[in-house]
Ligand binder design. Sequence first.
Ligand code: FES
Length: 248
Amino acid sequence: MEFLETAGTGDQEPYAPEVRERLERDAKEIIARYPKPRSALLPMLHLVQSEEGHVTPRGTAFCAEQLGITPAQVTGVVTFYTQYKRKPVGEYHVGVCINTLCAIMGGDQIWNELSAHTGLGHDEADADGRVSLERIECNAACDFAPVMMVNWEFFDNMTPEKAKALVDDLRSGKQVLPSRGPNELVGWKDASRVLAGFPDGRAHEGVQAGPESLRGLELAKERGWTAPPPSAERERPHESGGQEGRNQ
Ligand code: FES
């Protein structure tokens, strides 16, 4: 087991000229998507994370410089969102959802057994940097609880046994596929680049909405339920004569 190291002194140095040139090119493209440069901070942080795996002091300085804000303002955002890492994570960053629904469906048990199996705690990585673990909050996939994520791809309906086998496969270099989404699980830095807004062409691969997610829609169709049109004048219960009735 190895605790994630804090940022080393090397990452205080400026980027190498060829790296900086590439990042500046990408930054220009990202910033052009927004009316104001500072609005581009979130994808910019994913961009610098895609370069070094986490947001280093030089990544923070680069974002501040490109966006015309202070390093303190950048740091305020980095420390707010848990998707931004200030320490190295593994090539495969594994999240176990321990939010309410997943927890009662087995997420807590998965976390306990997986942590014991790997010897890793929350926000800790393997010594070889292959795998890191994190307890995560709801990932909006409660219909597949308990859920795990690897580099933000879904692994649905997990059990402690499936979780341990998944991490063993990741550690041994065996190819694993998410339950839904792309037909290849890319590494952490590549996934960060996609989140920066540079698609890898895999967004439409694999299963999109699973049967569990579509069940409500099917029921509505079977029973003829429809939503009112957005422009419909709708009476609220307290306006539909109730007030008059009470006044009579
Ligand atoms: S509680 Fe785990 S995905 Fe929602």
